[in-house]
Design a protein. Structure first.
Length: 284
């Protein structure tokens, strides 16, 4: 039986929802379509409460909050690591620095492997060429995969055309990018390339860090995640844990329904267009 999400924090209830799942592209990994995004949660308890909803995809990075995010995720996943798909990232562009990042991540997270390890924030041609060239981070990733320290290699970034170039190499198993009802550029840049290589697609900023959701007349928060998940190219939408109680509410809503009707989709796009035209969506 599903517990009332609004009462969970006060009562300390564990709420495990029947969240929809999907196969993450060519990785073959089966994951919940709602994932936990790193960098925002300030406590181990917060991460545990989100995990108790039944989410199986957990995303963090070595650079999030100068490493403190991984320090929280590690204890939070203790005792349930084998039930989760765990992702982290390196900002290093050279193989040596990336390897050091990986070893630190594994130690701090308390695990002997990562399911997905991303080369993080490839937003320029120069960064991409360095990371994917001789002596670059990709060499560390391939070696780590051969050694069983990681299972799959991912890429992330914010500049859609540049990320699409990295995706087009076919070197990566998954991609993490931003996409929402106001910013549809990935539909013509990243998504087509990802489909060519059967890559897993994970999305951040479904509500653009809540800006889209907080405007007057906005649809329910869960609908922004339903919008993203309604696109056939998308496997997972991440929710950054800025508010655990709201995460629980969104999880409950997605367990009931994970996609939108055509009418709802058009309403979300109209809302997103208005917010973007008003200049409220700036920066990353």
């Amino acid at each position: 039986m599903m517990v009332n999400a609004t009462d969970s924090t006060a009562k300390g209830d564990i709420m495990r929802y029947n969240l929809p799942t999907t196969t993450l592209g060519r990785t073959g990994l089966v994951v919940t379509r709602l994932g936990i995004g790193g960098a925002y949660c300030q406590s181990v308890e917060g991460y545990r409460a989100a995990l108790d909803c039944g989410v199986t995809y957990v995303d963090t990075a070595r650079v999030y909050r100068d490493g403190k995010d991984e320090e929280l995720v590690g204890p939070a996943i203790a005792g349930r690591r084998n039930q989760l798909i765990l992702s982290s990232k390196t900002m290093s562009r050279d193989a040596e620095g990336a390897r050091k990042d990986l070893e630190t991540s594994l130690k701090v997270l308390g695990t002997d492997h990562l399911d997905i390890w991303h080369i993080h924030y490839l937003n320029t041609k120069e960064e991409r060429e360095k990371a994917l060239g001789p002596g670059g981070a990709i060499e560390a990733a391939i070696k780590a995969r051969e050694q069983g320290l990681i299972r799959f290699i991912g890429v992330t970034g914010h500049v859609w055309p540049e990320v699409a170039q990295a995706v087009a190499t076919g070197l990566f198993d998954s991609v993490l990018c931003w996409y929402n009802c106001a910013m549809k550029e990935p539909e013509t840049t990243i998504f087509p390339e990802a489909r060519k290589h059967n890559m897993g697609v994970v999305i951040m900023k479904s509500t653009y860090t809540d800006i889209l959701w907080q405007q007057v007349g906005a649809p329910p928060q869960a609908d922004f995640y339903r919008y993203v998940l309604s696109h056939p190219a998308v496997n997972v939408a991440l929710y950054g844990l800025r508010n655990v109680a709201r995460f629980q509410l969104v999880a409950a809503a997605l367990a009931q329904r994970a996609t939108l009707s055509e009418e709802e989709r058009l309403a979300l796009e109209a809302h997103g267009a208005r917010v973007r035209a008003a200049g409220k969506l700036v920066g990353w």
